[in-house]
Design a protein around this ligand. Structure first.
Ligand code: FAD
Ligand code: SF4
Ligand code: SF4
Length: 394
């Protein structure tokens, strides 16, 4: 949070500068709330030079005081029912490995309403402890309320590692927490391991041309986000119940600044999520037009799957951005993946190569997509799909 020195005279100039409404004047002094993102926009406007950001390195931490691998568990809400997003189980499975290497506990943190109901399910993935923050006020995700709850718990228990899913909620929540705690955050990791007690966070860099290993040796907790389907779910403690720790954390007043009046499901979001579908039919520039994508939709409906696309097809306006598969889209790990008219650029294949059976259809026999395929069909994708649909009908 922004630091405010005693030299503040309460002139109020900074208040209107803050794009997040985090500053107010109380008893003739500026006061910052948890809404501060430490963007720094207010620093230069203060005539008294009373505002400053915490200096990097100022709070180097005693690392031995930080123990435990934590996973933030996201609850998916489709407007009717709530359930744990499967990425939470994937992160717990990886977290178990990391916790074993560190000789520390694996803990799940779950915030919501009646979250104790998820305890048995969460316990199966090697979880030692579950921190549950459960109250009706937490039923719907609220950035400020959830960030405050996470920050309160982290300050109370000092974990060494905190993992978040790289979903809309995880991407919204994790940077707010890391900036408040003044620690680093590595987004969209594709690998996590332990070396000399530090978390090694591996992710593509420079447009996917190199894999970078990132570590935070001086600060705790070490924080990272990971996309769905990067790690596998491993049930390692079936039948065992993790220790449930109920925490009561009041929702801060400033969380009321954002109130959810009505929830309306986006028709795209309410379809079967790409990253949870067992069958994915993906189209690229080679599908050419809406007519080509209509064939993909028909095949997906026949096989009970979801349709996705390469970035080139998204850029052509053939599907909405949410359906992009690859480095800057979603990662899938389906049982069956059919790539139609997709060349197989590395930025695409990193998002689908963990699928069990990959079939490629491309008119170019040398297209790189065939390097990651189990089966390849060389031919015009529209013609091949039309024939396949005919056969499936029979
Ligand atoms: P093209 O590369 O143009 O390939 C079209 C293919 O269709 C060709 O192989 C061609 O032989 C074949 N074809 C043509 N006509 C037919 C036909 N009638 N029948 C059968 N086959 C046919 N891309 C992604 O997909 N996802 C990402 O998340 C992503 N992120 C990126 C991030 C960065 C930082 C950068 C730089 C790039 C990213 N890209 C991403 C873009 C990526 O590099 C490729 O440009 C893109 O994947 C190409 O899409 P495509 O295969 O559909 O098109
Ligand atoms: Fe205080 Fe400076 Fe803000 Fe004025 S601009 S209220 S002196 S912090
Ligand atoms: Fe607002 Fe940014 Fe200043 Fe924080 S640092 S009080 S968010 S302007």
């Amino acid at each position: 949070m922004i630091q405010i020195a005693q030299s503040c005279v309460g002139c109020g100039k900074c208040v209107s500068t803050c794009p997040f409404g985090a500053l107010s004047i109380v008893n003739r002094k500026a006061v910052a709330s948890a809404a501060c993102t430490m963007c720094g926009a207010c620093v230069s406007v203060c005539p008294m030079k009373a505002l400053s950001l915490p200096a990097a390195g100022a709070a180097k931490k005693d690392l031995s005081a930080y123990k435990g691998v934590w996973v933030f568990i996201e609850i998916a809400d489709d407007g009717r029912t709530q359930k744990v997003r499967p990425v939470g189980f994937e992160l717990l499975s990886k977290g178990r490995e990391l916790a074993d290497q560190l000789g520390e506990e694996l803990c799940a943190v779950v915030i919501g309403d009646n979250v104790q109901n998820y305890a048995a399910e969460l316990s199966q993935y090697g979880t030692d402890k579950i921190y549950a923050v459960s109250a009706p006020e937490y039923h719907t995700y609220n950035t400020l309320a959830y960030a405050n709850a996470m920050i309160t718990l982290i300050k109370k228990y000092n974990p060494s590692v905190v993992l978040f899913p790289s979903t809309y909620i995880g991407r919204d929540l994790s940077p707010r927490i890391s900036s408040e705690l003044f620690v680093g955050l590595t987004a969209d990791c594709t690998g996590l391991s332990i070396k000399e007690g530090n978390l090694i966070q591996t992710r593509p860099a420079f447009g996917g041309n190199i894999m970078a290993d990132i570590k935070c040796p001086d600060y705790r907790p070490q924080m990272a986000t990971v996309r769905p389907n990067v790690f596998k779910k491993v049930i390692s403690s079936a039948g065992r119940l993790a220790q449930l720790v109920n925490e009561v954390i009041p929702v801060p007043v400033e969380a009321g600044k954002v109130r959810v009046l009505q929830t309306q499901m986006d028709p795209v979001a309410s379809e079967q999520p790409l990253d949870e579908s067992p069958v994915v039919i993906a189209g690229g520039r080679g599908m050419k037009d809406q007519e080509g994508f209509a064939l993909l939709e028909k095949l997906a409906a026949t096989l009970g799957g979801a349709v996705g696309a390469s970035r080139a097809a998204i850029d052509m306006g053939l599907l909405p951005k949410e359906k992009q598969i690859g480095q800057s889209g979603v990662t899938v790990a389906s049982k069956l993946y059919i790539a139609c008219g997709i060349s197989g650029a590395v930025q695409h294949t990193v998002g689908m190569e963990h699928s069990e059976v990959i079939i490629g259809i491309n008119k170019d026999a040398n297209a790189p997509i065939f390097n990651v395929c189990k089966y390849g069909i060389v031919g015009d994708a529209k013609q091949v799909l039309a024939k396949a649909l005919e056969q499936l009908k029979k």
